[in-house]
Design a protein around this ligand. Structure first.
Ligand SMILES: [Zn+2]
Length: 314
């Protein structure tokens, strides 16, 4: 396994971020918001070992202000597979996230990672560093739709549902008194956003909401801490993909052919050319095509990963 730089750092008054390296596939960030005698954890990690290490690094704070609340920003396993480690804390997510969570279980991921042949090799090339064995998926205890304001030891924390966008029920977590937003996977910094659900217009609206806020310290779901410039970059990428994929669709181009054409254009782009995981363009083109034509059939998940791999390693 490659060595990853793990950092636990204070990014604003009583607002901390747990950052896992370059934020590639499965290497997600989490957050800790500390109030008087209690804390709120934003997301668990992609397994029990990773989550245990994170909780250990937080103990100087959580010994005094224990984690009584956990928010899952969305249903992807790298943001919720550690939930069973959270004891008596109340786990909160949007209703759409809670409903989506059982669709990709740790057992399914463990099976794909252990599969023989081409499919197993494919999934191991993305997720082989993670251990999904024996994880019990713990679903949220409490759900909400729209907005929910929580009191965390005397400070206000606002949950805002901005999905469906990256997934069915994305939530951003805003701490107004510190000017901090934890975005979950509404922001990938240094990597390519992946539009599993869409529509892209919802995701662009979520970026606009953050740009209009008074917060300028922004913790993405993957990659380093950013500010509004990082939000603008993601917004610009999404707008570019929406415009270009719409033109390809209008010209009657097959979705995978369109994705390959866009990958070539993105590769030489001044801003987006450096984004990691650029094969995700194929999933993003599918999202635009689905939005334009509800009868469009998205390939199954195995084929989606095959296509992403083939774009990145032609
Ligand atoms: Zn993620």
């Amino acid at each position: 396994m490659a060595t990853r730089s793990i950092a636990f750092t204070e990014v604003g008054d009583g607002c901390h971020a747990y950052l896992q390296g370059d934020g590639g596939w499965g290497w997600s960030n989490a957050g800790l918001i500390v109030g008087d005698g209690t804390s709120l954890l934003v997301d668990t990690l992609y397994g029990l070992d990773l989550t245990a290490a994170m909780l250990q690094s937080m103990t100087p704070i959580t010994n005094v202000a224990p984690i009584d609340t956990v928010v899952n920003t969305h249903a992807n396993g790298d943001h919720c597979y550690g939930n069973e480690m959270m004891g008596t804390a109340t786990v909160i997510a949007s209703l759409a996230t809670a409903e989506e969570m059982p669709s990709v279980t740790p057992a399914l991921m463990a099976g794909l990672n252990a599969a023989p042949g081409e499919v197993g090799d494919l999934f191991r090339s993305f997720f082989g560093e993670f251990n999904f064995d024996g994880i019990e998926l713990r679903l949220p205890d409490q759900t909400f739709s729209g907005r929910l304001t929580i009191d965390v030891g005397g400070r206000e924390v606002e949950l805002i549902e901005v999905g469906p966008a990256h997934t069915a029920g994305d939530t951003i977590v805003v701490v107004p008194d510190a000017g901090v937003i934890y975005t979950g996977d509404i922001l990938f910094i240094g990597g390519t956003p992946v539009v599993w659900a869409g529509p892209i217009s919802n995701w662009i609206a979520a970026c606009d909401l953050m740009l209009a806020s008074n917060c300028d310290t922004i913790v993405p779901g993957h990659g380093p801490i950013t500010d509004k410039a990082g939000v603008r970059e993601v917004r610009d990428y999404l707008a570019f993909v929406e415009t270009e994929a719409t033109a390809q669709h209008a010209a009657g181009i097959d979705a995978f052919d369109a994705a390959r054409a866009l990958a070539a254009a993105l590769g030489t782009h001044a801003t987006f050319g450096d984004f990691g995981e650029f094969g995700r363009i194929t999933v993003n083109v599918d999202a635009v095509y689905r939005d334009l034509d509800p009868t469009y059939q998205t390939p199954d998940i195995i084929e989606q990963f095959r296509r992403m791999a083939s774009i990145e390693h032609p």
